[in-house]
Design a protein around this ligand. Structure first.
Ligand code: BGC
Length: 732
């Protein structure tokens, strides 16, 4: 009897679902919701992880049962076409309504072909390359059965102790917002129903990067002004670029955990920005409202979260365990639940999953697309563009063919450490190390590891010194382990670990040119290294094609053009340090004790935001602006003549900065307003032009209204944020 009743329900619903396909409208989503049980509705609000292990895919037996019973509508960390098809089959064929599962994964900077970490990608300042990398990541991930990436991470980060600085675009609001939008466009493409586009997820909403003292998950306490000026703009850029999903952050903001923050989720995101997608919690962030001291227990946390507009619960099982009771007790309304269900079903529908739930599980496409040579070539291209030349004394780089090279260091042949902390399905055995790249290219090097990344064992030093003795130049690949940045990987000292510093010191005693290639997920304090080394390249964590890309730069096949998307401090005591600070009432004066400075370190950083050298040199001349006075609605047109004054072709990233020296609220000493990446042959010149509308002169006044105010503005164009602002314009 039970079986017959169940079967007849199934027939009716299957007919309904198949008639929904092709043109599944809002009305049809409403009818689907009308035939869902409460359990099935809560299932759509639930996201559980697969237990993917290196040995192969697995999922907890009870989660499989939850898929069957419609109690788990979304799965993350499950991937590959075949595996996800097998899970989808359970949802489609064995659950009562056959609603397709949504598969999510942290495809942060590549799926199997791994691109540089996002901070490295940001150092390219190349929006087109960044968008293409996200596009390829989406093509591979969708071929691997995925519908949704938990990216882009758009948290502005101004504290390099915070390990998650690796995952975003650095410290600047303007650059960060452009990159955020480029990544959304890359992931989502222009048509979500295509089988190679996936849902983007702007995270972590909001202000996660402002964790006190750079300690991950720590309290955030910032002003509303800082929230609006600094932390929100990249999220707004994601909404404008069409991002379909948002993820909340772990932190509290003004005493309220982000996962129950109505002001963030309802007032800003939905009411002001008109976001129409769905919001997911971060991993168990609903449950964490209990230790935060904001909810008495998990049930209470669930009530607070859903009523604040949080649609989907990641891994916490709070909605799963308590929503039914909360509804029965009148603490949550069915309208609230239905609205969240609807947002999630709409996203599934936008992906075309009701038409064909298996469209993303195409093994043939997976074979062709994943790790294709074209994808790896793009990874190499973006990696070499991400590298920042920090020092190059006496043009020790590029290497000459005749140079005898010693290649030393714990990161010279450590493929896994090239991939960064979020390397999705990227594998060490698909990754080319620097040593391997030299060998592949038939270039002879004397290699020694020297030491491990951390530790105290110096027994490998003698071999490294021996190899160094016979060389003309010593390349040392040094820095951080892949797990020394990323989530839960904050460091109070952001230096190259002691053992590696000791190795550098020993080798420097040979009095041979020392070239440091830095592998790191964050800015490092390099005061000492800057004295010792002849050349330094910040290579970040460059991804699958790390070795070839680094070799391209070392050999001069690629002239480096990366610029820092984040300030490099002299020491940790300067942190937080970033270029667009306020002037203070007592700006630094070297001879005035009572001015804003330290007794033991300069105010300026080791390397400023926007900094990066090239194997050529560039000169700037004839900087001008077409007006000295403007009124509202007028544009300002800037121009500068850039000349490649060196002997090789190269790219320069030309940057325009602005200051509003007097306003009704104080403004930063500099704000990046425009940039352009320009390619010039030796001796070639180009007039680089920028135009700014008065919109760009606006700021939030004391009532947080977006306004401009008459008065003077100063501008300057140059190679980095150290530029002087010598052009004056008056807004009438
Ligand atoms: C991280 C998120 C990530 C999620 C799923 C969390 O711990 O904070 O960034 O998307 O895990 O893996």
């Amino acid at each position: 009897m039970i079986f017959i009743r169940h079967f007849s329900v199934l027939i009716i619903i299957t007919c309904q679902l198949s008639s929904f396909s092709q043109s599944f409208t809002d009305d049809k989503i409403d009818s689907l919701i009308s035939i869902m049980t409460l359990e099935e509705k809560i299932g759509q609000l639930t996201l559980f992880t697969s237990d993917w292990a290196t040995t192969g895919p697995t999922i907890r037996e009870n989660y499989l049962e939850d898929i069957r019973s419609g109690r788990a509508g979304n799965i993350f960390n499950a991937h590959t076409a075949a595996y996800n098809r097998s899970l989808q089959k359970v949802a489609i064929e064995e659950s009562r309504l056959g609603i397709p599962l949504l598969f999510g994964y942290d495809v942060i900077h590549g799926y199997k072909t791994i691109f540089p970490i996002p901070l490295g990608e940001a150092a390219t300042w190349d929006l087109e390359l960044i968008e293409r990398a996200a596009r390829i990541a989406a093509e591979e991930a969708t071929a691997g059965g995925l519908h949704w990436t938990f990216a882009p991470m758009v948290d502005i980060a101004r504290d390099p102790r915070w390990g998650r600085i690796a995952e975003g675009a650095g410290e600047d609001v303007y650059l960060g917002s452009l990159i955020a939008a480029a990544r959304v466009r890359g992931f989502q493409g222009n048509d979500l129903t295509k089988n190679n586009t996936l849902l983007a997820c702007a995270k972590h909403f909001a202000a996660y990067g402002a964790a006190q003292a750079g300690r991950d998950y720590h309290t955030v306490d910032i002003s509303k002004r800082t929230l609006w000026e600094t932390y929100l703009p990249p999220f707004k850029a994601c909404v404008d670029a069409g991002a379909m999903t948002f993820m909340t952050s772990f932190n509290e903001l003004d005493g309220i955990p982000a996962s129950a923050h109505r002001y963030l989720l309802e007032e800003i995101l939905r009411d002001t920005w008109k976001f129409e997608g769905f919001v997911v919690s971060d991993y168990t962030s609903i449950n964490e409202m209990v230790p935060h001291g904001y909810a008495a227990n998990n049930k209470d946390a669930g009530r607070l979260a859903i009523n604040a507009g949080l649609d989907m619960d990641m891994q916490g099982a709070v909605y799963y365990d308590y929503l039914e009771d909360l509804l029965a007790e009148g603490e949550v309304s069915i309208q609230t639940i239905d609205l969240s269900v609807k947002r999630i079903l709409q996203a599934k529908n936008k992906l075309g999953l009701f038409d064909d739930p298996y469209r993303y599980s195409d093994e043939q496409r997976e074979k062709e697309v994943v790790l294709s040579s074209a994808n790896k070539e793009l990874a190499r291209e973006i990696a070499r563009n991400s590298m920042v030349l920090l020092k190059n004394q006496n043009s020790v780089l590029p290497l000459q063919d005749s140079d005898q090279i010693a290649l030393i260091g714990p990161l010279a042949d450590s493929p896994i450490d090239m991939l960064g902390s979020w390397h999705a399905a990227g594998q060490a055995n698909q990754t080319t190390s620097v040593l391997h790249a030299f060998n592949q290219a038939g270039k002879k090097v004397a290699y020694a590891q020297g030491c491990t990344i951390e530790g105290t064992d110096t027994s490998g030093f003698s071999e490294a010194i021996e190899k160094g003795e016979t060389a003309d130049k010593i390349i040392m690949v040094v820095g951080e382990h892949f797990n020394m940045s990323g989530e839960a990987a904050s460091r109070s000292q952001i230096r190259i670990p002691d053992i590696q510093q000791l190795l550098i010191k020993r080798l420097s005693e040979l009095n041979k040119p020392i070239i440091l290639v830095l592998i790191s997920g964050r800015p490092l304090c390099l005061n000492w290294e800057l004295q010792i080394a002849d050349a330094i390249i910040e290579a970040w964590q460059p991804g699958t094609m790390a070795g070839p890309a680094i070799l391209d730069v070392l050999s001069g096949d690629h002239n480096p053009s990366g610029k820092l998307p984040v300030t490099f401090p002299r020491n940790e005591g300067q942190i937080p340090i970033f270029y667009n600070v306020k002037n203070t009432g007592r700006p630094m004066q070297p001879d005035n004790k009572y001015s804003s400075k330290y007794l033991d370190v300069a105010n300026d950083p080791l390397f400023p935001f926007g900094y990066g050298l090239s194997y050529t040199t560039f000169s700037y001349a004839n900087m001008s602006v077409d007006k000295t006075e403007i009124s509202d609605q007028e544009d300002l047109n800037f121009s500068v003549t850039l000349t490649n004054s060196g002997s090789v072709a190269g790219h320069e990233i030309v940057q325009l900065y602005m200051r509003d020296p007097v306003a009704s609220v104080t403004r930063p000493v500099k704000e990046l307003k425009r940039f352009e990446k320009v390619f010039l042959q030796p001796s070639e010149s180009k007039e680089v032009k920028f135009s700014l509308s008065t919109e760009e002169l606006k700021f939030y006044n004391s009532d947080l209204q977006w306004v401009f105010e008459p008065g003077e503005f100063r501008f300057g164009i140059g190679p980095d944020s150290d530029v002087e602002l010598t052009l004056n314009v008056v807004l009438k």
